[in-house]
Design a binder for this molecule. Structure first.
Ligand code: NDP
Length: 358
């Protein structure tokens, strides 16, 4: 009997300066993979990650050497996911293993073969029945929050004698990296954690479920006025996921010698601005005058510490010290829709796509 397979292909570019739309994607049937050749495994897709960086892959030039542009008519190469091994031609994997993407390759297909060195076994003792955790926390997302905060926020170097309220601001705070970064910031010593996000529902989520002290809805509130009110000692650390006018407003209230974790600049991803987009001259002047540390941060710089990082995140999760939230879309056919929704703020926590049951 011929087995059915499906894929999502890149159907139409959004244009360099356009927001992504559902018709940029097409869902279609495709060949079921042949038996895996030596060194390969056959995988059934269980969960897909959709990521802001994929918007850059929709352009002919992605602006990052580790990201390849998507090819029209080809299955989306995908950055992350979780699957089940259906058959293996590699000593490292057995039928039934739960696996995750290693580095930046996870086809948007129901079934695919992949080189064994591009995937890793999921430690099922760490994830239990929650098989999406490798993409929502125990993988690049959680590691980005972890290393961004522990290595770049400088929270640990602030005085602990009560002379200041050590204040962390997170933009894109209700998203995947943001909601975890705020919680880790608290564990790393922030006395006050303020989130900036795009809706009242998200503000409520941050303060009632994700442990933030306060939240600002940038769509309906005056961000500068609210920051002045909520951060009377100034901002000592800023985990920046978005850039643009929100970040300009935060930087204007940063204390001398404070630090920006330059995680991402999503407000510029639908444009052809270089990454990171240059600051406006008056904002750059403030950064220089106040000695604010603001250097590009890339989680891949910490690759040699990923295993330790995942173990640390897993311990915090198991102890209830951090909570991880997800927004789930069902079905491979809805992967493009989930991506567009995430890019325009439809998610709370990590946007995942459930492709099939284990
Ligand atoms: P999120 O889950 O945070 O989803 C994106 C969110 O961005 C949306 O939910 C939306 O929330 C917000 N957003 C979209 N457009 C704008 C805008 N114009 N202004 C302000 N907010 C906007 O995504 P991730 O957590 O996966 O990624 C967050 C950031 O981290 C991205 O910039 C990404 O590129 C970066 N990143 C960096 C890594 C690194 O190594 N440096 C690794 C992984 C991610 P809202 O409703 O609040 O607008």
């Amino acid at each position: 009997m011929k087995l059915l397979n499906y894929q999502v292909v890149f159907a139409k570019p959004p244009g360099v300066n356009g927001a992504p739309a559902e018709d940029n994607f097409r869902y279609e049937s495709c060949e079921y993979p042949a038996d895996p050749p030596p060194g390969h495994v056959l995988v059934q897709n269980l969960y897909l990650s959709v990521d802001p960086a994929q918007r850059c892959q929709m352009n002919e030039s992605t602006g990052a050497e580790y990201l390849l542009p998507w090819q029209l008519g080809q299955a989306i190469p995908g950055l992350g996911g979780v699957g089940k091994v259906l058959s293996s031609n590699d000593d490292g994997f057995s039928t039934g293993d739960i696996v995750m993407s290693g580095f930046f390759e996870w086809p948007w297909k129901l079934y695919f073969t992949i080189e064994a060195d591009k995937i890793m076994k999921v430690d099922e003792r760490l994830v239990g029945k929650r098989l999406s955790l490798p993409i929502s926390c125990l993988g690049l997302v959680g590691l980005t929050a972890l290393f961004g905060i522990t290595e770049r926020s400088q929270l640990r170097s602030l005085p602990t004698d009560g002379s200041i309220r050590r204040t962390l601001v997170v933009s894109g705070a209700a998203g995947a990296c943001g909601h975890i970064a705020g919680q880790i910031g608290r564990l790393e010593g922030a006395d006050r954690v303020v989130g900036i996000c795009g809706s009242d529902t998200k503000c409520q989520f941050l303060t009632t479920q994700a442990g933030f002290d306060a939240a600002i809805n940038y769509r309906s509130e005056d961000v500068s006025a609210r920051l002045a009110e909520l951060c009377p000692d100034g901002v000592h650390s800023y985990f920046d996921n978005v850039g643009g006018p929100i970040s300009d407003a935060v930087i204007a209230q940063m204390a001398p010698g404070s630090a920006v974790v330059l995680c991402g600049q999503i407000s510029a991803y639908n444009t052809d601005a270089p990454y990171p987009p240059p600051l406006r001259p008056e904002v750059q002047r403030l950064v220089d005058e106040r000695g604010i540390v603001r250097e590009r941060f890339l989680v891949l710089e910490y690759q040699d510490r990923f295993a330790d990082g995942v173990a640390r995140l897993a311990r915090w999760l198991a102890a209830g010290a951090i909570k991880v939230f997800e927004t789930e879309e069902d079905g491979l056919e809805n992967a493009g829709k989930a991506f567009c929704s995430m890019m325009s703020g439809g998610n709370i926590g990590k946007q995942i796509v459930k492709v099939s049951d284990a």
